[in-house]
Design a protein around this ligand. Structure first.
Ligand SMILES: Nc1ncnc2c1ncn2[C@@H]1O[C@H](COP(=O)(O)OP(=O)(O)OP(=O)(O)O)[C@@H](O)[C@H]1O
Length: 279
């Protein structure tokens, strides 16, 4: 009991450190730098154990000095991941549109993807969310167009100048086309995964965007989020997956609740025979 009362702060410290380290591990485990971090940690552990065991003072002193420099090195190595994590922290809503507008847009988009898939026209889309895709926009042609199935079919038609590369969609509008996305160099279970799909994986590994791919070869529809590619979706599955990403359930319920409350108030007002907003 006495031991506990004297050392409970140490327990709290261990718990905080453990949670912190686990969160860092979660953020970085799937990233390009994860292996570098693991390698560095192992090297440090081995070197410090050897220098402690054999009492190698110079090595120990050098390790101590190098650690400070390494902190800066890690910031450089993990710069993209840190940028993403910070952007996610500060992110708010992915679209600043009403539920109905989002619904309409997703409907039109699913329609376009269905047509591209049936016609076997290869396509790659990236939906911008909290992290800006401006850098990637600069690799293609900037546009500011209303999205429609006809527009998508025209852009991705193999004979057009913009068909090569990806289309960026931001705020329900087409922000650009013919954009080159970073290709993932990760080892994939399916070795036949081509460049279009790898570009979707690469971009979603680096940013929080949602990528959609239509395969030219098979007409397969895929969605990619956080570097995870979900392949071979039917049109219906695709529609549902997009809705679950962009129209989350709680949000639906929240807005439904608000609508119900307003409808209830309107009914009460009707019954009372007066207006909600008086003249
Ligand atoms: N880095 C990239 N960024 C954007 N688009 C790319 C990129 N690399 C390739 N593409 C697009 O992918 C097309 C080639 O796709 P490829 O056949 O290698 O991929 P795939 O994943 O097998 O797709 P598909 O099933 O449609 O053939 C290119 O013509 C180009 O339009």
């Amino acid at each position: 009991m006495e031991f506990l009362s004297e050392n409970w702060t140490a327990g709290v410290e261990i718990l905080i450190l453990w949670i912190g380290l686990y969160q860092i591990y979660r953020v970085f485990r799937k990233t390009r730098g994860a292996r570098i971090l693991l390698g560095l940690a192992l090297l440090l552990m081995v070197l410090s154990s050897v220098s402690l065991l054999l009492d190698l003072k110079v090595i120990w002193w050098l390790l101590y000095k190098v650690l400070a420099l390494m902190a800066f090195g890690l910031i450089v190595i993990f710069q993209p991941e840190l940028r993403n994590a910070l952007a996610r922290l500060g992110s708010s809503r992915l679209f600043s549109f009403s539920q109905t507008q989002r619904h309409e847009f997703l409907d039109t988009f699913a329609d376009a993807v269905g047509q591209l898939s049936k016609k076997r026209i290869g396509a790659l889309f990236a939906f911008e969310r909290a992290i800006s895709l401006k850098d990637h926009l600069e690799t293609g042609v900037e546009l500011d167009a209303v999205f429609s199935p006809e527009f998508a079919l025209t852009v991705f038609h193999p004979k057009t100048a913009l068909h090569d590369g990806g289309m960026i969609i931001a705020q329900n509008r087409v922000a650009g086309a013919g954009c080159v996305f970073p290709v993932s160099s990760r080892e994939l279970a399916d070795r036949s995964t081509g460049l279009r799909h790898r570009a979707a994986i690469g971009l979603t590994e680096e940013t929080d965007c949602v990528a959609v791919v239509v395969s030219e070869e098979t007409g397969q529809i895929s969605i990619c989020v956080d570097g995870k590619l979900d392949r071979g979706l039917t049109e219906e599955e695709f529609r549902e997956a997009m809705e679950s990403i962009f129209l989350p359930k709680e949000q639906n319920n929240d807005e439904e609740d608000v609508e119900e409350t307003l409808a209830g108030e309107a009914d009460d007002a009707d019954r009372r025979g007066d207006d909600l907003v008086p003249d």
